[in-house]
Structures are given as structure tokens and as C-alpha cells.
Design a binder for this molecule. Structure first.
Ligand SMILES: NC(=O)c1ccc[n+]([C@@H]2O[C@H](COP(=O)([O-])OP(=O)(O)OC[C@H]3O[C@@H](n4cnc5c(N)ncnc54)[C@H](OP(=O)(O)O)[C@@H]3O)[C@@H](O)[C@H]2O)c1
Length: 254
């Protein structure tokens, strides 16, 4: 049940990794509330353009921005340009992420570093670069970090991924404490198992059914279900919520 209103009209939002999956759904959900959404991507310009068109079809405005969130200098430059070109920044959604899976015993330094650099470093770089703009946001600035259920419970074969997502929860709470006195909120959303390229790619049907059995609500989640939570946290209804982890996981963790 999508939130449809004009509550985000006049707001500028940046969604990292907005080209596909959960980020795409978040971009559309923010557009549906009237925001201008900057859709960031790493390499898939076609997908970013497609998302931008969907944001506009949903009632928002859009633009695309290519940058690698792991590249600190590139992020600083890109966010500065976004502030200049679009008259500021009100909402930052740190969604870009990679899932590199493997047992600790066989995990390489490169795999570890890449996972941490994108999933945790990326959010840090964006928050640092965006804070001065968010502090000048017309109403309260908003930061939403997309973590994961495995950041809270771990997962065999996902040590680096879950460490990056647990770190993101610490980053969320510390940022929330640093910016609260200025009215900027910072929250995390922790999705459970959501159907996207990141997950579907690796999953045979039998495994999918087995997984669904372990989820209390009995099914894998949809991207729009995560996006609705983001649209809520970005909106005026969530002004008194900060430093929280909103779990959208079908009951996988209670
Ligand atoms: N799917 C799930 O079940 C699930 C569960 C919990 C949490 N999450 C989290 O939700 C977020 C989105 O996941 P998803 O399943 O939607 O993933 P996805 O379908 O694989 O999409 C990943 C997105 O991140 C972008 N991206 C990757 N590396 C980047 C980088 N270095 N710089 C900028 N953008 C980058 C990709 O851009 P390109 O299109 O250019 O490649 C793409 O838009 C991730 O943080 C993930 O950890 C997902």
C-alpha cells in the first residue's frame, strides 16, 4: 500500500544505488510523494535512466548521477555538484551495496576490503559529504541507511557483508546523536530477504521455497515493502524518530 501524497514536494533526495532493486523502489516511492530524486548508480546508466523515468511517471522529478560510493573524493565532488545543481539536499538514502559471499576461511583481503568500502565506507562518505547540505535543509534533513537483518543476527558465508551492515547500524546511531540537536534524523532500515538481482541471481526454486518456510510471514519480501518504510522515514510523520533500526523482514527477527 504505497504512500501517495505531496509531503515531499520541494524536497531533493539522493538515493545511492537507485538504479536497481530496493534503491529503485525507494526512488519511485519518494517520487510518488513529490520529491525530486537524484538516482545514483555505479555502472548501469540504462537502469538509472529507467528508474528516473519511473520516478517521473510516479509524480516526482528526477536526475541521474554516476559515482562510486567507495571513492571518497568522487562522492564529495558529486554531492557538492548535486547541492549546487538542485538547490540543496534534504534526504539522503544510503542504499548502494554489494553482497560478496564466502566462508571466512576462504575470503580474500580484496573481497573483505571491497565489501567494507562499498557498504560501510560508502555510507560514511555520503553522510560526511552531505551533512552541511542536510543541516541547511528547509525542514529537517533526513538520512536513511539500508542495513540488513544479517547485520543483527549474522549469516554463515556472509561475515564481511554482515560486519559491514552491523557497522552501518553503529554509524546510524552515532550520526543520529551528532545531528539530533540540529533536527536532522538518521535511521536505518533492516530488510530481511527481498527479491532483487542481489538475491534472485543465486537462488534456485527449491532453496527459495525452503527460505520462505523460515520466514514467519511465509514469503520473500518485495522491494516496494522496503520502499514504503523509507518513504515513511523521509516524511513529516517520522520527525520524532531517530537512531532507530526499522526491521522490514517478515518476522525473521523479532
Ligand atoms: N535484496 C535483499 O534481500 C537485501 C536484504 C537486506 C539488505 N539489502 C541491502 O539493500 C541494498 C540494495 O540491495 P539490492 O538487493 O537492491 O541490490 P542490487 O539489486 O544488487 O542493486 C545494487 C545497487 O547498488 C548499486 N551499487 C553497487 N555498488 C555501488 C557503488 N560502489 N557505488 C554506487 N552504487 C553502487 C548498483 O548500481 P548499478 O546498477 O550501476 O550496478 C545498484 O543500483 C544493499 O545495501 C543491500 O545490502 C538487500
Amino acid at each position: 500500500m504505497a504512500i501517495t501524497d505531496t509531503a515531499l514536494h520541494g524536497k531533493v533526495a539522493l538515493v545511492t544505488g537507485g538504479s536497481r532493486g530496493i534503491g529503485r523502489a525507494i526512488a519511485i516511492a519518494l517520487g510518488r510523494r513529490g520529491a525530486k530524486v537524484i538516482v545514483n548508480y555505479a555502472s548501469r546508466e540504462d537502469a538509472a535512466r529507467d528508474t528516473a523515468a519511473a520516478v517521473e511517471a510516479a509524480g516526482g522529478q528526477s536526475a541521474i548521477a554516476a559515482f562510486d560510493v567507495a571513492d571518497a573524493a568522487g562522492v564529495t565532488e558529486a554531492i557538492k555538484a548535486i547541492g549546487k545543481d538542485h538547490g540543496g539536499l534534504d534526504i539522503l538514502v544510503n542504499n548502494a551495496g554489494v553482497a560478496i559471499n564466502g566462508l571466512v576461511l576462504r575470503f580474500s583481503d580484496e573481497q573483505w576490503q571491497k565489501t567494507l568500502a562499498v557498504n560501510l565506507g560508502g555510507a560514511f562518505h555520503c553522510i560526511r559529504a552531505a551533512t552541511s547540505l542536510l543541516l541547511r535543509a528547509k525542514a529537517a534533513g533526513r538520512i536513511i541507511n539500508i542495513t540488513s537483518v544479517v547485520g543483527e543476527i549474522g549469516n554463515a558465508g556472509q561475515a564481511a557483508y554482515s560486519a559491514s551492515k552491523a557497522g552501518l547500524i553503529g554509524l546510524t546511531m552515532s550520526t543520529a546523536r551528532e545531528l539530533a540537536s540540529r533536527g536532522v534524523t538518521c535511521n536505518a532500515i533492516a530488510p530481511g530477504f527481498i527479491e532483487t538481482d542481489m538475491t534472485a541471481e543465486h537462488l534456485p526454486d527449491a532453496q527459495r521455497a525452503k527460505l520462505a518456510e523460515q520466514i514467519p510471514l511465509g514469503r520473500i519480501g518485495r522491494t516496494d515493502e522496503v520502499a514504503d518504510a523509507a518513504a515513511f522515514l523521509a516524511g513529516p510523520e517520522a520527525g520524532y524518530i531517530t537512531g532507530q533500526v526499522l526491521r522490514v523482514n517478515g518476522g525473521m527477527l523479532m
